[in-house]
Design a protein around this ligand. Structure first.
Ligand code: TXA
Ligand code: MG
Length: 330
């Protein structure tokens, strides 16, 4: 076990210390607006090795490199398309990750041997300040052990990473709650490799009219290697459920070890449930509710399905992964 420094309300001195840690190839868990990240120096092979080790992450799953401004983009990538700048202008800092052709300065281990690299500019002020203080691009996967839900608050981050990293920074509850949208721009097409808060509809509004947007999430030709593993799974089993089957499911699973995540369905008495009042609310709280249910000893979580459009696309993507696609059927 490592001694992990826990930092709440980071001040100038703390940021300085965190910068020193990263420059010496140490690992720091930091908050972002999507989920907490497990950060290290993206230019150091040694530091990246540690990230893969701590997460137990398969080495064929590449990491996202975080920067604090698109000004340094061309230090890291080759020929960024002008639409990338356009999208970053609208959505960065924010939950959008774009895939570029990488320069040799990015070690191969970061990109799992691919010649492309994923770049994101997070908007959480603590994340931006932290990256600035390091003066380096920061490679950061979500700060969970591989396969588990990503931490979206300090307690979850500590429970997942205490004793494994050098420091964990408290940045409160992540506002978005699901990982960033990952896209790739190929000529006049944008491929969404992982759906997130920035939706197809959002991208469409900004891109030139002739641009096509497509999804490439669960095809057998895996373009975003992370999407092929079971992911986002709490300890409890997760089952998907149609809105109009919830009542039946409540009757069927009459047990105190079962909990319901509800969106439109009306909750009934005598069951443990969480009710979300918007897609935004569902996305923001999904992982922390998984965590809370695990803490309560819940063994089965029944999650109400939502329509797969706008933010519902990202929510359903994570729920399908967490449940392995299993549904309650009567
Ligand atoms: O919101 C987020 O993106 C968070 C925070 C910490 O920024 N990070 C995150 O990282 O979710 P991670 O490592 O858990 O997920 C990165 C995703 C994976 O699905 C990975 O396969 C994909 O991005 N990815 C990374 N580099 C890629 C590349 N060169 N080509 C295609 N997909 C890539
Ligand atoms: Mg992840």
């Amino acid at each position: 076990m490592k001694k992990t420094i826990l930092i709440t309300n980071p001040r100038d001195d703390d940021f300085k210390l965190l910068g020193e840690i990263v420059k010496k190839d140490g690992l720091v868990v930091f908050p972002t607006e999507t989920v907490y990240g497990l950060g290290g120096n993206a230019l150091s092979e040694n530091s990246i090795k540690k990230i893969f080790q701590v997460k137990g992450r398969p080495s064929d799953n590449p990491l996202i490199v975080h920067i604090d401004s698109s000004d340094i983009l061309e230090d890291l990538v080759i020929n960024p398309p002008k639409e990338a700048y356009l999208l970053f202008k609208h959505f960065a800092p924010g939950p959008l990750t774009i895939i570029f052709n990488k320069k040799p300065i990015i070690p191969d281990i970061v990109t799992a041997g691919l010649d492309t690299v994923a770049i994101r500019i997070p908007s959480h002020p603590v994340a931006l300040r932290f990256i600035k203080e390091c003066g380096l691009p920061i490679a950061a996967p979500s700060a969970n052990i591989s396969g588990r839900p990503s931490p979206t608050n300090f307690e979850m981050a500590v429970s997942e990473m205490n004793g494994l990293v050098d420091a964990i920074i408290d940045g409160g509850q992540s506002n978005v709650g699901l990982e960033s949208t990952v896209i790739k721009i190929i000529d006049e097409e944008v491929k969404i490799l992982r759906p997130g808060e920035i939706t197809e509809e959002d991208l469409k509004k900004v891109l030139p009219k002739n641009f096509k947007i497509s999804y490439n999430i669960n095809t057998h030709k895996i373009e975003s290697p992370g999407m092929k593993y079971t992911h986002y799974k709490p300890k409890a089993k997760v089952l998907l459920c149609d809105k109009d089957k919830i009542k039946e499911a409540i009757r069927f699973f009459n047990d105190e070890k079962v909990a319901f995540l509800l969106f439109e369905a009306v909750p009934e008495k005598d069951v443990i449930f969480v009710k979300y009042n918007s897609l935004k609310d569902y996305a923001r709280n999904l992982y922390s509710d998984f965590y809370m249910m695990d803490k309560k000893g819940i063994k089965l979580i029944i999650a109400e399905k939502v329509e797969e459009k706008e933010l519902g696309k990202a929510i359903m993507n994570r729920l399908k992964k967490a449940s392995g696609g299993e549904e309650f059927t009567s």
